[in-house]
Structure formats: structure tokens, C-alpha cells
Design a protein around this ligand. Structure first.
Ligand code: ADP
Ligand code: MG
Length: 218
């Protein structure tokens, strides 16, 4: 098909990431960047807003995960990153991958907040604090409304599988969450498809985004 873009890095070691993060990637056996990672990571690490479109299984979690972890300051024990996913299963998957990527970062706390789970333990965990929250929009909004969750220090917002979140009718809930986030932040939007509704969401929520698209089959 098309030849690889030679401007894109091919291996993780060529990215400007902390040595500890790079060493951990090596330990995990991640050597070569996938297409979406190669195309998106330079802009993500630079702090740009990014729209990433690529099919399922293309490695989008590592793309935004490294961006979050690169920026995270573990000594500031506040929620610095929020990752929104359409379902509990996807949120759990993302949290698992983030925990693997974050193994090199001592004392990092990654919390999942999803619907269908009891409130009590989630409230307890929130009292202890977290650096990264991964969850589904409904439950996140619920915790916000009840005053359990402070998102005023969020520096990176990830909308993962944004097309599915809109399909599931989360638009209004997303707007309520967005209203609680600082204007000054990095926003990363990932989607397998790019219908007009996603374009409209991106135009409202992202600032001068870099759009990265990996064609099906890559
Ligand atoms: P997506 O979100 O695009 O559907 P995932 O982020 O869930 O894809 O990644 C799919 C799988 O690929 C995961 O098991 C992940 O660990 C693996 N993976 C991601 N990036 C790499 C890489 N650079 N090298 C090897 N495996 C990778
Ligand atoms: Mg994914």
C-alpha cells in the first residue's frame, strides 16, 4: 500500500520520553511504534491537541497513555488526567494498560470510576486521591454533581472511542463534565470512525488540533 512516512519515528527510543518510561516499554516488549503511535505521539508529547482516527487494535491506548504519563507530576497528588470511555469494559482495559505503562513511576495512583459498580468504594478511593481517573461519563458526572470529584487540576482530557460515546447518547453528559474542566488543557480525541457529529464535538472541545488518520488495513 502506501510507504511509511519517513518523518515519523519508528521506535519508542527516538521519542523525547523519560528514560524510566522508555526502559519500561523495553521491558514490556514494545519495540516498534504502531502507525497511529508514530503519527500521533510526537504531537501528543509536544502538548498539542490531537484527533486520532484508527481502527480498533491499532494501539491508541499507548499513544495517549504515554502522553499522559510523560506530563504527569507524581509529587502533585491531584487528578491531572481524565480518560473517558464508553463502557466499563473499555475503561478497565485502558486502566490496565495505563498501569502497565506506569510501572516505572513510583506511587502513581490510577483510579477507575464506572457505572454498575457500588458508590461506596469509589467514594473511599476518591478521598484517598488519584493522579489519573479513567471512567464512564455517567458515573464521572454523578461524582462531580455530588462533590466527590475535583477536576479543576486536569491538564489532559482523553475522549476515547468518542464515536461510541456519542452513539450511546453521552453528548449532554460530556458537556456537563467539560464545564468542570479547566479551559487551559490538552485534549486528545480518539475515534474509530469520523462522522459529522465527531467533527462538531472536536470543533467545540479541541484547540487547533493535529488530525492524525491511519487508514484501515494499517
Ligand atoms: P486500540 O485502543 O487502538 O483498539 P489498544 O490500545 O487496546 O488498541 O492496543 C491493542 C493491543 O496492542 C494491546 O494489547 C497493546 O498492549 C498492544 N500494543 C499497543 N502498542 C503496541 C506496540 N507498539 N507494540 C506491541 N504491542 C502493542
Ligand atoms: Mg482503545
Amino acid at each position: 500500500m502506501t510507504s511509511p512516512d519517513t518523518n515519523h519515528p519508528r521506535d519508542f527510543q527516538s521519542l523525547p520520553l523519560e528514560p524510566a518510561l522508555l526502559k519500561n516499554l523495553e521491558d514490556l516488549g514494545y519495540e516498534r511504534l504502531t502507525e497511529i503511535q508514530a503519527a500521533a505521539l510526537p504531537a501528543i508529547v509536544e502538548g498539542r491537541d490531537v484527533i486520532g482516527q484508527a481502527k480498533t487494535g491499532s494501539g491508541k491506548t499507548v499513544a495517549f497513555g504515554l502522553g499522559l504519563l510523560h506530563k504527569l507530576r507524581v509529587e502533585r497528588f491531584r487528578v491531572q488526567s481524565l480518560v473517558l470511555c464508553p463502557t466499563r469494559e473499555l475503561a478497565d482495559q485502558v486502566a490496565r494498560e495505563l498501569r502497565k505503562l506506569a510501572r516505572a513511576i513510583h506511587n502513581i495512583k490510577i483510579l477507575t470510576l464506572c457505572g454498575g459498580m457500588p458508590f461506596g468504594p469509589q467514594i473511599g478511593s476518591l478521598k484517598h486521591g488519584a493522579h489519573i481517573v479513567v471512567g464512564t461519563p455517567g458515573r464521572i458526572e454523578d461524582h462531580l454533581r455530588k462533590g466527590n470529584l475535583d477536576l479543576s487540576n486536569v491538564e489532559t482530557l482523553v475522549l476515547d472511542e468518542a464515536d461510541r460515546m456519542l452513539d450511546m447518547g453521552f453528548q449532554a453528559v460530556l458537556d456537563q463534565i467539560l464545564a468542570e474542566l479547566p479551559q487551559q488543557r490538552q485534549t486528545l480525541l480518539f475515534s474509530a470512525t469520523y462522522p459529522k457529529t465527531i467533527d462538531a464535538l472536536a470543533n467545540r472541545v479541541l484547540r487547533e488540533p493535529v488530525k492524525v488518520e491511519v487508514a484501515a488495513g494499517h
